[in-house]
Design a protein around this ligand. Structure first.
Ligand code: IPM
Ligand code: MG
Length: 387
C-alpha cells in the first residue's frame, strides 16, 4: 500500500515537473513588453465578474470612456464588455475561466476586471480554481503591482509581488500521498524571478526611487527563496544608484507597523504568497483592502482590478447599485497610466481625492442612505469637467 502510494505520488510529481519545465521554455521564448503606442487600436476589455462586480465595473467604464472619448471617436481605443466570468458559468463548465471568456480576454490588450467569487469549503459551488489566479497564469501576468500611499504619514510603498510562481504555481495540485500525508509545492524559476525583480528595479529607476527591498524567508525556504534572493543580489549590481537590501518576511511584517522605520521602505519585491499577505497588511494602513488597486502586468497582457471580494450579500439584498466603485475606478486610473494616458490618469486620481477626501459632496454607504455608484461616477466626471 505504502509503496503504491509513493509510486502514485512520484508519478503525479513527475507530471508537475514536466508542466513547470514547459513553462520555463515558454518564458524563454517570450518577447518584450507590448508597446501600446505602436498599436493602431488599443482594446480594453471590461470583465464585470461576480456579485457587485458588474455594477461597479460598469461605472468605472463610464468614467474611462468619458476620459478617452476623443480617442474612442477616432478609433484608437475600443471597449469590449466580456460577460460570463461568473461563478455560475464557471461551475457549469467546471472551469476556472470558461473557454469562450478566455478567448475573448485574449482578444484584448488590457483588461479591467471586477471581483470574482472563489469557492471555499461549504459553498454550493464545485471546487474550481480561483478565476484570479487562473487569469494570472493563463495570461502570464507575472507582476502584481500594488501601491500603498499615505502622504500624511510619509508612506509611499510599491509592492512588486511575483504573481505566477511560488506557492501559487501548483497550488491546486498538491498531492495527498496517503490519508495521513499531504504535500504542497512551491516553485521558483530563474526566468520568473529575473523578470519580476528587474521590473521592480526598472520601476524604481524610472520613478526616482532610491531603494529596492527583497522580502523572503531564505533562511528556511532555502532552495526557492534562496534562488529568488541570489538572483535579486545579482540583478541589483546593474543598478548602482539604487540601494538594494533584503529582509525576512516575518520581521518585515513587524517593521510595517514600526512608525519610525516603515517610511524608509520604497519598492518591495517578493515571492507570491508573501506578497499576497503583506499587501493586505499594507493596504489596511491606507483604509483597507477596498481602497487598494492592483495591476497585474505581463509582457503581452495586463489586467487591473480591485482587491476586495464580490459582496454577494449586497446583491441578494438588492443593494448592488449602492456598492462603492472607488477601488475599481482606482484600478481604472492605473490602467490609463499603464497604456500611456498619464494625464488622464492624473486627472482621475485628483478627482478621486477631491470626491473622497477633500470635498466629499456625496457619500457612499452601501445602502440607500448614500449615493449610488452611478451618482458617484457622475460626481467624478463633473469634478474632472470643472478642473
Ligand atoms: C489577492 C487575493 C487572491 C490571491 C485570491 C482571491 C485568490 O487574495 O489578489 O491578493 O490570493 O492572490
Ligand atoms: Mg490577497
Amino acid at each position: 500500500m505504502t509503496m503504491e502510494s509513493i509510486a502514485a505520488a512520484k508519478e503525479a510529481f513527475g507530471k508537475l515537473l514536466e508542466e513547470q519545465l514547459k513553462r520555463v521554455e515558454v518564458m524563454k521564448a517570450q518577447g518584450d513588453f507590448l508597446n501600446y503606442q505602436a498599436l493602431d487600436k488599443i482594446i480594453i476589455g471590461v470583465c464585470g465578474g461576480d456579485g457587485i462586480g458588474p455594477a461597479i465595473t460598469s461605472q468605472a467604464q463610464r468614467i474611462l470612456e468619458y476620459l478617452l472619448k476623443d480617442d474612442i471617436l477616432q478609433g484608437k481605443v475600443e471597449f469590449k464588455v466580456i460577460d460570463g466570468l461568473t461563478i455560475e458559468r464557471r461551475a457549469a463548465e467546471h472551469a476556472a475561466i470558461p473557454a469562450e471568456v478566455l478567448k475573448e480576454l485574449k482578444e484584448c490588450h488590457v483588461i479591467l476586471k471586477g471581483p470574482t467569487t472563489t469557492p471555499r469549503k461549504g459553498d454550493p459551488w464545485p471546487n474550481v480554481e480561483s478565476a484570479n489566479v487562473a487569469m494570472r497564469k493563463e495570461l502570464d501576468l507575472f507582476a502584481n503591482v500594488r501601491p500603498v500611499r499615505i502622504p500624511e504619514q510619509g508612506i509611499d510603498w510599491t509592492f512588486y509581488r511575483e504573481n505566477t510562481e511560488g506557492a501559487y504555481a501548483v497550488g491546486s495540485k498538491g498531492i495527498h500521498v496517503t490519508e495521513d500525508l499531504g504535500v504542497d509545492f512551491t516553485v521558483v524559476t530563474s526566468g520568473g524571478s529575473e523578470r519580476i525583480i528587474r521590473a521592480a528595479f526598472e520601476y524604481a529607476k524610472a520613478n526616482g526611487k532610491t531603494r529596492v527591498t527583497a522580502v523572503t524567508k531564505a533562511n528556511i525556504i532555502k532552495t526557492t527563496d534562496g534562488k529568488f534572493l541570489d538572483i535579486f543580489r545579482e540583478i541589483a549590481k546593474d543598478y548602482k544608484d539604487i540601494t538594494a537590501d533584503d529582509w525576512y518576511i516575518d520581521i518585515m511584517t513587524a517593521k510595517l507597523i514600526d512608525e519610525k522605520r516603515r517610511k524608509d521602505f520604497q519598492v518591495m519585491v517578493l515571492p507570491n504568497l508573501y506578497g499576497d499577505i503583506i499587501t493586505d497588511e499594507a493596504a489596511e494602513f491606507q483604509g483597507g483592502v477596498g481602497t487598494a488597486g492592483s495591476a497585474n502586468i505581463g509582457k503581452r497582457y495586463s489586467m487591473f482590478e480591485a482587491i476586495h471580494g464580490s459582496a454577494p450579500r449586497m446583491v441578494q439584498e438588492g443593494r448592488d447599485q449602492y456598492a462603492d466603485p472607488c477601488s475599481v475606478i482606482r484600478a481604472g486610473a492605473m490602467l490609463l497610466a499603464h497604456i500611456g494616458y498619464g494625464k488622464e490618469a492624473d486627472k482621475l486620481y485628483q478627482a478621486l481625492d477631491i470626491c473622497t477626501v477633500t470635498e466629499k459632496k456625496l457619500v457612499i454607504t452601501g445602502r440607500n442612505t448614500g449615493a449610488t455608484g452611478a451618482e458617484f461616477a457622475d460626481y467624478i466626471m463633473e469634478t474632472i469637467e470643472a478642473m
